[in-house]
Design a protein around this ligand. Structure first.
Ligand code: NAP
Length: 258
């Protein structure tokens, strides 16, 4: 597959990215914009979305992915501006940590809401467009936390495992529709989310920032943080013509952690 063929495939396609204002979402926006896709970015805070939108020509819409009606309304607006949604990348997520013994149900439900229901909301709102097009790519930025457990993030792990279940179920259900459904499962990525996780470890254990970062890297045989651009490249592959038979997969991007 040449770069030109990937470009031709994505050129003009409407790609919606949740959490598009920072970290992996911003890298996704830059990578898809470089392939001449038409972009819509969703997130709760408009300012960071607008910054990436100015760079990429995206439409920025403030939207909380946990609110199904708000996602439907945002997609209606996006569709009116950029046409049917062809690629829906559910990237928005959050990983607050707490020991299980100190979590209450609202902590658990809040982790499920953004990390799992947020994926459901985006994909369900995008499905009619993809059915009309007879082609579509649903991509979730899941995590290694969807494939194995980590301490102090029970809700996050439960949600990310759920995303992989949702991905596998939809891949079966939509198999003959021209739509593929896949999840990417990165290990620790160099983003603001990870910076917040490191700060939490520092404040709860008294470790130095360096030791906290090293403790997260201990499980990665390559001993390095994954860069957001690596995740974006994998999403480009899933959206491109070479990945037509990749459906229902949960692809680890982990340096060998999994
Ligand atoms: P990030 O920079 O904190 O990005 C998360 C994005 O999600 C933010 O732009 C945030 O924007 C948005 N978001 C959060 N809650 C939202 C909500 N309710 N509605 C709409 N948008 C919301 O972190 P990141 O690392 O790039 O995370 C991207 C994805 O990668 C997440 O799904 C995360 O679980 C996954 N991941 C991260 C790592 C890692 O080590 N960093 C590892 C594996 C997987 P607003 O706050 O403005 O809404």
């Amino acid at each position: 597959m040449t770069g030109d063929e990937v470009t031709a495939n994505l050129m003009g396609k409407h790609v919606v990215i949740t959490g598009g204002g920072s970290g992996v979402g911003a890298a996704l926006a830059r990578s898809f914009a470089a392939r001449d896709a038409r972009l819509t970015l969703l997130g709760r805070r408009l300012a960071p979305l607008e910054e990436i939108a100015a760079e990429t020509g995206a439409t920025a819409l403030a939207c909380d992915v946990t609110d199904a009606d708000a996602v439907q309304a945002a997609l209606e607006q996006a569709r009116a501006q950029k046409g049917s949604v062809a690629v829906a990348i559910a990237n928005a997520g959050a990983a607050p940590s707490k020991p299980f013994s100190r979590m209450d149900l609202s902590d658990f439900e809040s982790a499920l809401s953004v990390n799992l229901s947020g994926v459901f909301n985006l994909w369900q709102a995008s499905l009619p467009d993809m059915k009309t097009l007879g082609w579509g790519r649903m991509i979730a930025i899941a995590s290694t936390a969807g494939l194995k457990g980590y301490p102090y993030v029970a809700g996050y792990c439960a949600a990310k495992h759920g995303v992989i279940g949702l991905t596998r179920a939809l891949a079966q259900e939509l198999g003959r529709s021209g739509i593929t459904v896949n999840a990417l499962c990165p290990g620790f990525i160099d983003t603001p989310l990870l910076e917040r996780s490191i700060k939490t470890i520092v404040s709860s254990t008294g470790m130095s920032e360096e030791d906290a970062a090293n403790s997260l890297l201990a499980g990665n045989p390559q001993g390095r943080l994954i860069q957001p651009e690596e995740v974006a490249e994998a999403a480009l592959y899933l959206a491109g013509p070479a990945a037509v038979s990749i459906n229902g997969s949960a692809l680890p991007i982990t340096g060998g952690e999994i």
